[in-house]
Design a protein around this ligand. Sequence first.
Ligand code: HEM
Ligand SMILES: *[C@@H]1O[C@H](CO)[C@@H](O)[C@H](O)[C@H]1NC(C)=O
Length: 329
Amino acid sequence: MGVFLSVLLVLSLYGVGTPSGDGALVLGYYQENCPLLEEIVRHSVERAVYRDPRMAASLLRLHFHDCFVMGCDASVLLDSFDGMVSEKQALPNLNSLRGFEVIDEIKYNLEEACPYTVSCADILAIVARDAVELRGGPRWEVWLGRRDSLKASFDGANKFIPAPNSSLDTLIENFRQQGLDEGDLVALSGSHTMGKARCLSFRQGIYEESTERRHDHFQRYTTFYDILRSICPETGSDDRLAPLDHVTPFEFDNHYFLNILRGRGLLPSDNALINEDHEGVVLRHVWTYAADSESFYRAFANSVMKMGSINVLAESEGEIRRKCRFINT
Ligand code: HEM
Ligand SMILES: *[C@@H]1O[C@H](CO)[C@@H](O)[C@H](O)[C@H]1NC(C)=O
């Protein structure tokens, strides 16, 4: 009954149907076999974020980089072994993805509490939810029942994780390949309301005059660009960091959208969202989320659940890994 009521609550709050078209995921999947799951995860995420506030952003990103490569199957967590190259070595991930130790710790605790039961892919989904909520963002119910892959895809990570210098058309196409639309693209890009990026990722946008940038007068906001250029020289210092949302770098709020409307997104792909798209759909979403953080929260919760159900492995596929970095042997 409790589950039923909370389903109704979620449906009415966020106006969504089941996030997984084929019904592979359910609410309360571990209710019988691992009733303390969500408390155990929450405890570790809280500790990790307390130690390092940026970790909330890093943990959310892990779920994204998992789901966009062969679906949400924890392939991103596998280390290299036996000739298989880890996704961690791929360009978008190398020296960039973080939070693996937090996942290891959670999995260790879960193996104590309920061995062989909880998939690493489900852990990533719950962790992402908790990370967002801990930084003041929306809460949503996490649909569970994912299974873990038996392999990783280095090539897939290079191909499907969008590059920070992608054009708007490329971003739209990239998300469409995952079954996500323009609304999802804008809402999920709102994740860049927290966390940091390396100079390597934003250099191109601060030295090249963007031919696509919508309003030329943005170029005159030079203080913002001067600061970024002082952090990120034209060559070298690739690993120096700048906040993705320079106004409230640690809060999950809608400042990201206010920033990009002023031409002050950090990544070229952030600023690309206000470039002209064919029907103005993208820009309309940006305005909506900039004007009303509640509507951003609803859309984000909806889209992140959609993302979390991309190509999940069904009951007989994959396995429940005992350690997230390795397949069971
Ligand atoms: C729309 C296409 C996207 C592009 C091109 C993109 C690109 C990037 C890049 C280049 C970075 C900085 C990496 C570095 O320099 O080390 C980054 C950081 C981040 N991304 Fe995205 N991203 C996109 C969408 C998303 C989505 C959908 C999510 C989550 C659902 C997300 C969550 C994050 C977070 C939270 C960070 C900060 C991580 C940290 O501080 O450790 N991004 N993204
Ligand atoms: C994006 O950056 C990559 C790597 O720096 C480069 O090879 C590529 O040409 C760039 N693409 C665009 C559209 O600028």
